[in-house]
Design a protein around this ligand. Structure first.
Ligand code: SAM
Length: 287
């Protein structure tokens, strides 16, 4: 496959920073992702941000079908041309926003779970991760490349400054494994930071299931909204519709000291806190 620089020049396209366009220029990284994904010819893959096809093309040779989602119409057109040139007919390009892509509907097309793979656009990686968590019933597993710093945050243990909203949400429902690190020099244009490939395996049985996940996500967001404040202050000043007395009761029921900070709470404690909120404020579950 031609280099991304050559493809962009030929199509007179300038890579867009807003769309996080840093294309894999070293085929060995794409091959590594495909190899480590343990794919079989029966698998159906959803690729996030297919770009110029650095991953799409090797993926298409290992699986039954690739749904390639790409927001940039210019790139979708180039990709379509590359697929035709390479006689590849098992890739369906969706010119759309991954955040608006209904993964459950896509998985239903082939009556099975999909494997989600992608070199994520860095500026919306966190939103994509939340979208994956919410769609996880449709997903077998996920192999994604993201900024190393975000990968650290996802896997961070409680108690440190890297531990935050995303760490709790991902660790609540999945197991995360580091596959490899990829140097910034392997992309065009070259990004400022290195990347990491992660495998995220969504657990079928959760160690600490919460009564209502939507409320858990709200409580976690509220607690980390003012992460330098104590938990009781952060929760009182958040958009949760709870007054200080209710918050004190909730913290007592959960057995959590309100003078602690959000970053010291384990996933299990966040689940306890959420369940305690639900006993006092059942209306939190409604939209
Ligand atoms: N997969 C290609 C590669 O590895 O060379 C491109 C990866 S590049 C880091 C991210 C890609 O995601 C870009 O092609 C970009 O246009 C696309 N993208 C950005 N925002 C998107 C969105 N909301 N939905 C779908 N694709 C998006």
């Amino acid at each position: 496959m031609p280099s991304p620089k050559a493809l962009l020049n030929a199509a007179k396209i300038r890579a867009s920073k807003e769309l996080g366009q840093n294309f894999l220029s070293d085929p060995s990284s794409a091959e590594l992702i495909v190899r480590k994904s343990s794919l079989s010819p029966e698998d159906v893959v959803l690729e996030i941000g297919a770009g110029l096809g650095a991953l799409t093309i090797p993926l298409s040779r290992s699986v039954k079908k690739v749904y390639a989602v790409e927001k940039d119409r210019r790139l979708a057109t180039v990709l379509n041309g590359e697929l035709i040139k390479n006689d590849i007919y098992n890739v369906e390009i969706f010119h759309q926003d991954i955040l608006k892509t209904d993964m459950t509907a896509l998985s239903a097309l082939d009556k099975g779970k999909i494997i989600v793979i992608g070199n994520l656009p860095y500026n919306i990686s966190s939103q994509i991760l939340i979208h994956l968590v919410k769609s996880r019933e449709a997903i077998e597993r996920t192999i994604i490349m993201l900024q190393k710093e975000l990968a650290h945050r996802i896997a961070a243990p409680s108690g440190g400054r890297n531990y935050g909203r995303l760490s709790v949400i991902i660790q609540y429902c999945s197991q995360v494994k580091t596959i490899a690190d990829i140097k910034a020099s392997q992309f065009f244009p070259r990004p400022k930071v290195d990347s990491r490939i992660l495998e995220i395996h969504f657990m079928k049985t959760l160690p600490f299931p919460v009564a209502n996940e939507k409320t858990l996500f709200q409580v976690v967001a509220a607690a980390f909204g003012k992460r330098r404040k104590t938990l009781k202050n952060a929760l009182s000043k958040s958009c949760l519709p709870a007054n200080p007395d209710t918050i004190a009761t909730v913290l007592e029921i959960a057995g959590i000291d309100g003078t602690r900070r959000a970053e010291t709470l384990s996933v299990e404690e966040f689940v306890r806190l959420t369940d305690a909120f639900l006993t006092q404020m059942p209306s939190l579950t409604s939209d």
